[in-house]
Design a protein around this ligand. Sequence first.
Ligand code: FE2
Length: 171
Amino acid sequence: MAAKNDAKFTVPGLSIEDGHQVANTLQARLHALNDLQLTLKHAHWNVVGRGFISVHEMLDPQIELVRGFVDELAERMATLGVSPNGLPGNLVKTRGWDDYAVHRGTVTEHLTALNEVYNGIISSHREAIEAVGEIDPITEDMLIGQTGQLELFQWFMRSHLENDAGELNAT
Ligand SMILES: [Fe+2]
């Protein structure tokens, strides 16, 4: 039985059950991306030291991109007939990760921590791609596009962390 926030429709060509199942898979991704855009701003404000300005300025376009992903994903949920939950209380209550641990910190400290955040987000996006791919290629396509952009930015961050031997310097 549909919850009271669910619509009595989904997109044409899917059963209501399948459409709502796909949308419900997206709820955790919505919380993860909302958490990410806040965490990236926190890093933008708190990064200090050598390389400050390049990292400070590198983060803002990524924040705008992720905010766009949040909107795109929430509206896909609504299109599929399920009410997206964008509330911070629900985010904190249901998320499976702790708050970002770095406050005032160096470029290396922030990029190392953000690299870990991206490992989690990208892995979970890939799991969601697997989960929805058989049912809804439109939602799958959206998640694939987002994941590619998240992976690109992770490469930007990792490039800052490489030492002269080409290894990730994670200290
Ligand atoms: Fe700013």
